[in-house]
Ligand binder design. Structure first.
Ligand code: SAH
Length: 234
């Protein structure tokens, strides 16, 4: 009996991420993605950086007259930072997240606005099915190591009829160093592992799935950095 503990399998990254975004991570990110003033300087910087990523995507939809005809799957939707403005523009949006707390927060925000084309659900993105004009997945790849990210992108691509929009923290020598320094600083935000991805690897996967990158952006503030890709089927 004494070695029962040793037999317990190691928790997967996914279980750790799910628990985190239902507990301390929920509290942290709900505030970063919300509009409370009760955040510190680093969190404010991350809020502004993330908002720029969202704004680029919303702008692509806003400038497209076809947007009200689109179905969009927002995979790993968090508290609805992207899903809500897209529904406001008239798109039909299905927003899901592995964390029921994050989804609950998003539902709460959306409720006041009567967005009848927006539906939330709790789901691991690997379990998503269906077909959507656009699949968007912002700032989720940071939770996926390289050996799992390819399958994750392939699954999202299989749901996307026309377009896949992805953002991720790019891996280069400078950011790898920054992350190493950041990892040395203890803090609640370090409760999950963060994975950076080489842009050329993500592009290679998209290419192998038959997508070409039509637009790209790079968003960088002091503590937030993100490469945003819009990949389309030719
Ligand atoms: N896309 C949102 C939230 C980013 S935070 C935005 O940009 O505002 C990362 C989110 O990914 C968290 O809400 C987390 O719960 C979710 N997530 C992580 N792994 C996931 C998985 N396997 N399936 C679904 N959601 C996942």
């Amino acid at each position: 009996m004494a070695n029962k503990v040793l037999e317990t399998p190691a928790r997967s990254d996914k279980e750790i991420v799910k628990d985190y975004f239902n507990s301390t991570g929920f509290d942290r990110w709900r505030r970063i993605y919300g509009n409370t003033d009760e955040i510190n300087k680093v969190q404010r910087d991350i809020r502004q950086g993330h908002q720029q990523t969202v704004d680029y995507v919303v702008d692509w939809f806003r400038k497209d007259p076809q947007t009200p005809t689109y179905t969009v799957c927002d995979a790993g939707c968090g508290t609805g930072s992207l899903a809500i403005p897209l529904a406001q523009l008239g798109a039909t949006v299905y927003a899901t997240d592995i964390s029921e707390k994050m989804v609950g927060e998003g539902q709460g925000k959306a409720k006041e606005q009567n967005l009848d084309k927006l539906t939330f659900g709790v789901s691991d993105l690997a379990a998503l099915t269906g077909e959507y004009h656009t699949v968007a997945c912002l700032d989720v790849l940071i939770h996926y190591p390289d050996n799992e990210s390819e399958a994750m992108i392939a699954h999202l691509a299989s749901l996307a009829q026309s377009r896949l929009i992805l953002s991720f923290a790019p891996k280069n020598p400078y950011y790898t160093l920054m992350k190493k320094v950041g990892d040395l600083v203890p803090g609640p935000s370090k409760a999950t592992r963060a994975y950076l991805h080489r842009e050329k690897d993500v592009r290679r996967v998209l290419w192998s799935l038959g997508f070409t990158v039509k637009r790209h952006e790079f968003i960088a503030s002091q503590f937030y950095f993100s490469r945003l890709l819009e990949a389309v089927r030719p």
